[in-house]
Design a protein around this ligand. Structure first.
Ligand code: THU
Length: 136
């Protein structure tokens, strides 16, 4: 997936901005994400933790679920920002893969530097897809 330099800059900026709203009082690991949809719109998300730990949600899925809830179904790229440019977790990779494996993944640090640039296909080889489900 190719996106313009302006779109890349905007995605990282939006992920950085979303990260400011992370609710990460238990892990102290704030994450921001920004997802570029096929329509050109950007949807952002931050991680939201909970005293009942498993109830929390990652930034990437917060952004994805927001976008899908607004009618989006196709995604060009996602930017993820953490202090140390940590990679997206497996659950987020799987959730994003539902909508295609070509999505560009940009992982940046809080200085706005892109440390890793890859695709969902590379991050989730042999993904579980809907065509593996039995037809009823
Ligand atoms: N987290 C994300 O938001 N995205 C990821 O891909 C990895 C982990 C969050 C979940 C939790 O709030 C904190 O980072 C520590 O795991």
């Amino acid at each position: 997936m190719t996106i313009t330099q302006t779109q890349r800059d905007e995605l990282v900026a939006r992920a950085l901005d979303a990260r400011r709203h992370a609710y990460a009082r238990y892990s102290n690991y704030a994450v921001g994400a920004a997802l570029l949809a096929g329509t050109g719109k950007i949807y952002s998300g931050a991680n939201v933790e909970n005293a009942a730990y498993p109830t929390g949600m990652c930034a990437e899925r917060a952004a994805l679920f927001h976008a899908v809830s607004e009618g989006e179904r196709q995604f060009e790229a996602i930017a993820v920002v953490t202090e140390n440019a940590g990679m997206p977790c497996g659950a987020c990779r799987q959730a994003l893969s539902e909508f295609g494996l070509d999505t560009l993944v940009l992982v940046a640090n809080t200085g706005g530097k892109i440390v890793s640039e890859t695709t969902l296909a590379a991050l989730l080889p042999q993904a579980f897809r809907s065509d593996q489900l039995p037809r009823g």
